[in-house]
Design a protein around this ligand. Structure first.
Ligand SMILES: [Zn+2]
Ligand SMILES: [Zn+2]
Length: 269
């Protein structure tokens, strides 16, 4: 197993659904996203990765997880280059951890491992095994970001089983559970009462996010979701606020931050 460093520079690529991704990964859903891997063809399924944010402060490692596809060519992520028909190699990344702010700052990394280049120009640089092991163990074992480690074989089984369609969105292990949750609770946010259709008409019809009260366990385990016990429909704002902390706030805790939320939005407005 090898480890690779993937870089994200917000000045060069706008990750529009990152806030939602943070919520979904925090809920333990399977979230993978394709990411340029530079020219590195030797990356394989089950390898681990770190994602480092560069270009904009605060810089540092904001995520980690497993590579869930071999490299494949896709139209270039840079719009100018895509217009010329250029392609770039991508791999799918299955995130176990994603944070808005760095989990390990670039200053710490440079301090601990001064011989490694923490500001690479491209993604896909190999991280030496001892460094990778230390960093991974540190993130994996932290109270805020802890997760259990699937075996390489489990990641391979996951990669084989997932849809082969290329998408920037998610692979959800529980689409039926989400659907059952919405059928039971409807499309209104269970925290603040916001309803996208009431606010935006037809555009917002049938739109709502789903929050896991119990974060889903590791991908290697069978996990049965009870859509009524375990899931709740929430609007995008409330969902972000629930995931402002790790582990997420309870719905009741979020309500205490804004007493006005007890009056449903659709009645007060
Ligand atoms: Zn809400
Ligand atoms: Zn959630």
């Amino acid at each position: 197993m090898s480890t690779y460093l993937y870089a994200w520079n917000p000045n060069r690529w706008n990750w529009f659904d990152q806030p939602e991704a943070i919520c979904r990964i925090g809920d333990g859903e399977q979230y993978d996203l394709y990411w340029s891997c530079g020219n590195t063809k030797k990356i394989s399924v089950g390898d681990t990765f770190f994602l480092i944010k560069l270009g904009v402060e605060p810089k540092g490692i904001i995520g980690c997880g497993y590579v869930s596809s071999p490299p494949y060519p896709l139209l270039h992520w840079d719009e100018e280059k895509a217009k010329k028909g250029l392609t770039a190699l991508r791999t799918d990344l299955l995130f176990k951890v994603l944070s808005e702010t760095p989990i390990i700052s670039i200053e710490q990394l440079q301090n601990w491992y001064p011989d490694y280049n923490w500001s690479p120009r491209a993604s896909g640089l190999s991280v030496p095994e001892p460094i990778a092991r230390e960093l991974f163990t540190q993130i994996q074992g932290s109270p805020a970001f802890g997760f259990s480690i699937p075996s390489v074989n489990e990641v391979r089984l996951y990669a084989e089983g997932k849809s082969k369609t290329v998408t920037t969105k998610t692979y959800d292990r529980s689409p039926l559970a989400r659907q059952a949750c919405i059928e039971h609770y409807g499309h209104t946010c269970c925290v603040c009462g916001f309803n996208f259709e009431k606010a935006y008409g037809q555009l917002g019809a049938n739109y709502i996010e789903v929050h896991h009260l119990k974060p889903v366990a590791d991908i290697g385990e069978e996990y049965l979701i009870d859509p009524i016990e375990d899931l709740r429909p929430v609007c995008a704002n409330c969902h972000r606020m629930l995931h402002k902390q790790r582990p997420p706030l309870l719905v009741e805790e979020l309500l205490t931050h804004n007493p006005e939320l007890h009056v449903p939005w659709n009645q007060s407005g």
